[in-house]
Design a protein. Structure first.
Length: 251
């Protein structure tokens, strides 16, 4: 069944309005007819099975038949903080992170980042990453589209990441605990009255993090985590860590 993501303002009680490119896609590309069904997802992670009532190139109206919380969403938020990599690696990172259940992606600049776009170039990249997130969410059956934020400074990133229930700072140096140990310990402490709210996952660029950056992360309250015995590329590390989180809490 075709899947579409509609902002909150598109919903009016038991009716939903689809505009723009999605309306054109329904009318022209899919050539759907009144009476056929689609799945519409709202920003809160709910899926609505809807019946098409009116179709034009600019506006599609549908009535909501059933609504339910999306089964494809993690039971808590996972926020990926990704230091900007070189070239187009961020495209792949965003795509795979969305497939693996991330709730939000926050790029940031660390000491060893080579890529430091700004101005118009930065706006263009951010828009591209958000489009990739949208297409990945449609492809893998997500209930909502993860947002890709504007890059933060390192200090801003630490402040934001430290707000999570669990803050994982992925680091190859000394003083780390394994990600498995950290996740297992946190899982054992989760109760109905104290649910897991959010996990933050901090991944470096090609050169990883400096000792000073790791010390600052620890001082901010993040846990220095190891990702095993092999050194992972920056475009592989986030997918590996997200798979570990999914295995611990979903499978």
């Amino acid at each position: 069944m075709p899947r579409f993501f509609v902002p909150s303002e598109g919903f009016d009680e038991k009716n939903v309005s689809i505009t723009g490119d999605d309306a054109w896609h329904i009318a022209r590309s899919l050539r759907m007819a009144v009476g056929e069904s689609i799945t519409v997802c709202d920003p809160q992670g709910y899926e609505h099975v809807c019946t098409l009532q009116k179709i034009t190139d600019d506006l599609v109206s549908a009535s909501v038949l059933t609504s339910a919380r999306s089964a494809s969403e993690m039971p808590f938020d996972v926020v990926l903080y990704q230091a900007l990599p070189k070239g187009d690696k961020m495209d792949l990172i965003v795509q795979k992170a969305v497939e693996e259940g991330v709730s939000r992606i926050v790029p940031f600049v660390s000491e060893r980042c080579v890529s430091r776009p700004d101005g118009a170039a930065l706006q263009k990249k951010c828009a591209r990453w958000q489009r990739i997130a949208l297409e990945a969410a449609k492809q893998c059956g997500r209930g909502r589209v993860p947002t890709v934020g504007t890059p933060l400074s390192y200090v801003q990133m630490l402040s934001d990441a430290a707000k999570a229930s669990v803050g994982c700072f992925c680091y190859e140096g000394d003083g780390t605990v394994s990600l498995r140990t950290l996740l297992t310990k946190k899982h054992a402490s989760v109760t109905p009255t104290e649910p897991l709210r959010e996990i933050s996952l901090v991944i470096g660029s090609e050169g990883g993090f400096s000792e000073r950056e790791a010390a600052d992360a620890k001082d901010a309250g993040l846990a220095l985590c190891g990702l095993g015995r092999r050194i992972l590329r920056c475009e592989s590390a986030s997918g590996f860590a997200l798979a570990c989180i999914s295995y611990e809490f979903e499978l």
